[in-house]
Design a protein around this ligand. Structure first.
Ligand code: 8YV
Length: 313
């Protein structure tokens, strides 16, 4: 039996690639020197796209694949996939929710500790011998401080759970109050920022959340405030954030995501009040294996005409 043909948008770990290649003819788009020519060559028979959260799939790409049936995303965020095009053309879309939630929440808390307690700076202090001459300067406490979570979805809930164990009062902003949660709902984001020492962004990306963290929000967070972003770079007005960090409008930021990944704004690189991550919140072996398995299971279900495991559309 001929293998179904799929288009792989970007690199996957070897264990996923092997798993995919056992079942499908895999066309590797990111390795093509001339993408248009490559798509012209192989596009007619492609029935599935396997993509990644940050790469997605545009309407233009989907249009170049006339037999496309499904887009399987290795990641929970589908903001880079043109969902309205997919919906209008009967193309199914799946993602990888749940399996990565706890890892992303771990990094949200880890970045907060790293920024407040200045863990990277402390590491450098020991390594470069400054400790021999003097004790390190004092840093900021985390436990017991007011935490504001922007976007109380799956990841927000897990961040709240972790920081409750740090005795932090938790408040959150979202489109609606959640009656199932014991945390304080604050519908106005400026008010939430004013009340919070730490603001943690766990929103989904996309048009409705674009640049939701404005200069005004950062101003409200204030000189002792720390911003953590484990959502999408698009949720933050990055020019305003860089300005706020350079002028100490806020104390610091812990960032896993940026506007222009991986070629991020170089102004971040010279700042001492940031801790930077290469969009790696879900980047543990355990979680990435589970994400890859879920991509393959969704594709297998689709081609077996079974219900999709984690459908978006
Ligand atoms: C991944 C992500 O880093 O889940 C998402 O939406 O952005 C991340 O978990 C990414 O999808 C892996 O390429």
């Amino acid at each position: 039996m001929t293998k179904p043909e799929i288009l792989l948008m970007g690199p996957y770990p070897a264990w996923d690639l092997d798993g995919l290649e056992n079942t499908y003819t895999v066309h590797r788009l990111w390795e093509a020197a001339d993408r248009a020519a490559f798509l012209k060559d192989v596009g007619a028979n492609v029935r599935a796209i396997a993509t990644r959260g940050e790469i997605g799939a545009s309407a233009e790409l989907m249009t170049a694949l006339p037999r496309l049936e499904i887009v399987a995303c290795y990641g929970v965020g589908t903001d880079a996939i043109d969902l309205s095009h997919a919906r209008a053309n009967g193309i199914r879309v799946t993602n990888t929710p749940n399996v990565l939630t706890a890892d992303v929440a771990d990094i949200g808390v880890g970045l907060l500790l790293a920024v407040a307690r200045q863990i990277p700076q402390a590491d450098a202090y020991v390594r470069d011998g400054r400790w021999r001459n003097a004790n390190m300067h004092l840093v900021t406490r985390v436990h017991g401080k007011n935490v504001g979570i922007v976007g109380m979805g799956r990841i927000g809930v897990e961040v709240a759970k972790r920081l409750t164990a740090f005795d932090c009062p938790i408040a959150y902003c979202d489109v609606a109050q959640r009656s199932d949660l014991p945390y304080t709902f604050v519908p106005d984001l400026v008010v939430l920022a004013e009340q919070s020492e730490f603001l943690i962004v766990t929103l989904a990306g996309g048009a409705s959340t674009q640049k939701i963290i404005t200069a005004d929000i950062l101003q409200a967070l204030g000189r002792d405030g720390i911003l953590i972003n484990v959502s999408r770079g698009s949720t933050v007005d990055e020019a305003a954030l860089l300005d706020a960090l350079e002028r100490n409008v806020i104390k610091g930021a812990g960032l896993d995501v940026f506007w222009n990944e991986p070629a991020i704004d170089e102004r971040f690189l010279t700042l001492e009040n940031v801790v930077l991550q290469p969009h790696h919140a879900s980047g543990t072996v355990e979680t990435r294996q589970a994400m890859g398995q879920l991509v393959r299971d969704n594709l297998a279900a689709h081609f077996a005409r079974q219900p999709l495991l984690t459908p978006v559309i």
